[in-house]
Ligand binder design. Structure first.
Ligand SMILES: Nc1ncnc2c1ncn2[C@@H]1O[C@H](COP(=O)(O)OP(=O)(O)OP(=O)(O)O)[C@@H](O)[C@H]1O
Length: 269
C-alpha cells in the first residue's frame, strides 16, 4: 500500500522583477512521505518554504517540477470528481480560526454547508445528528451553533474548524500552526484533542510549526526545512536527539536534554 501522501523531488520557483528578473527557489527538490495514521512535523524558520509547500499540497498552486502523490496518484492529474474528493479527504487547518469560518454565516450553517457541498448525510436531520456527535468529539457545546464566528473564543473557533474538517471524513489534516494564536492552556487542550482524534480515527497529519516543543510532542517523524530545502528528515527521536545537519543541531540545541512530553505538563495549567 503506498504512503498516503508522497512528495517526490518537488520544486516551486517564484520570479520577481521586470528588468532584472530574479528567481526565488521557495521549495527546492523536497521529497518526503506521510505514513498513514502518523504525524509528520515540518519545522523551519520564517520564509523557509513551509507555506508554499502546503499551498501545493492543497492544489492552490502547482509545483514548478516534481510530483505530489495521493495514494500513489499524481494530484496534478486528478479529474474534476477525483479533485473534489481530494479536497474533502485532505483538509487544511490554518492559524486563524476566525478567518477560516464565513463571518456572515452562523456556525451551524457553515457546518451544514460544508457537508452539503460534498453531498454528505441523507438529509438535514442526519447532518445535524452528525454535527452533534462531532461537536462532542471536539468538546464544543451545542449552543455555539447559533453564534457567528466573531462571537466565539479563539479556542472554540479552532475546535469548530476542526469539527468542520472532521464532518467531511478526511484522511489527512494539514495543520499549519493551528494553535499559534491561542494561549498556552487552550493550546494544550487543542493538541490533546488532535492526538485523541488521530488515535480514534487513524488520521494522518502534516503538522507545520515553529514551536519545537509542540513539534516533539505531536510528531512521529520530523522534516527540517532551511531556505526551501529539506535538510534533514527522520524519526522524531533521531532528529531531536541525534540531529545530523548543522542547522538541525542549532534548532534543537536548547532541547537536547528534553525528557518529558511538554504538552502533558501544559495541560495542567
Ligand atoms: N507568491 C510569491 N511570489 C514571490 N515570492 C514568494 C511568493 N510566495 C512565497 N514567496 C517566497 O518564497 C519563500 C518561501 O515563502 P513561504 O511563505 O513558503 O515561507 P514560510 O516558511 O511559510 O514562512 P512563514 O513561516 O513566515 O510563513 C520566501 O522567500 C517568500 O518570500
Amino acid at each position: 500500500m503506498p504512503d498516503v501522501l508522497e512528495l517526490r523531488d518537488v520544486c516551486r520557483d517564484f520570479s520577481h522583477g521586470v528588468f532584472r528578473a530574479r528567481t526565488v527557489h521557495a521549495v527546492d527538490h523536497v521529497s518526503f512521505s506521510l505514513e498513514r495514521g502518523k504525524t509528520f512535523g515540518l519545522v523551519g524558520n520564517s520564509g523557509c518554504g513551509k507555506t508554499t509547500l502546503s499551498r501545493m499540497i492543497t492544489r492552490l498552486i502547482r509545483p514548478t517540477s516534481g510530483q505530489i502523490l495521493f495514494e500513489g496518484e499524481d494530484i496534478a492529474a486528478l479529474g474534476r470528481g477525483a479533485g473534489k474528493a481530494y479536497h474533502r479527504r485532505v483538509q487544511m487547518i490554518f492559524q486563524n480560526p476566525e478567518a477560516s469560518l464565513d463571518p456572515t454565516m452562523k456556525v451551524r450553517d457553515s457546518l451544514l454547508e460544508a457537508m452539503e457541498i460534498h453531498s454528505l448525510g441523507e438529509n438535514r436531520e442526519a447532518r445535524m445528528e452528525k454535527i452533534q456527535r462531532t461537536l462532542k468529539q471536539v468538546g464544543v457545546p451545542e449552543h455555539l451553533l447559533s453564534r457567528y464566528p466573531h462571537q466565539v473564543s479563539g479556542g472554540e473557533g479552532q475546535r469548530l474548524v476542526i469539527c468542520r474538517a472532521l464532518l467531511l471524513e478526511p484522511e489527512v489534516l494539514l495543520l499549519d500552526e493551528p494553535t499559534s494564536m491561542l494561549d498556552v492552556s487552550v493550546q494544550a487542550h487543542i493538541m490533546n484533542i488532535l492526538r485523541d482524534l488521530q488515535r480514534e480515527l487513524g488520521l494522518t497529519y502534516l503538522y507545520i510549526t515553529h514551536d519545537i516543543e509542540l513539534l516533539g510532542w505531536i510528531s512521529h517523524a520530523i522534516g527540517v526545512m532551511q531556505r526551501g530545502k529539506l535538510v534533514e528528515t527522520g524519526s522524531r527521536d533521531q532528529v531531536m536527539e541525534a540531529p545530523r545537519h548543522p542547522y538541525t543541531k542549532e534548532l534543537f540545541h536548547s532541547y537536547s536534554h528534553w525528557e518529558q512530553p511538554p504538552v502533558s505538563k501544559r495541560r495542567s495549567l
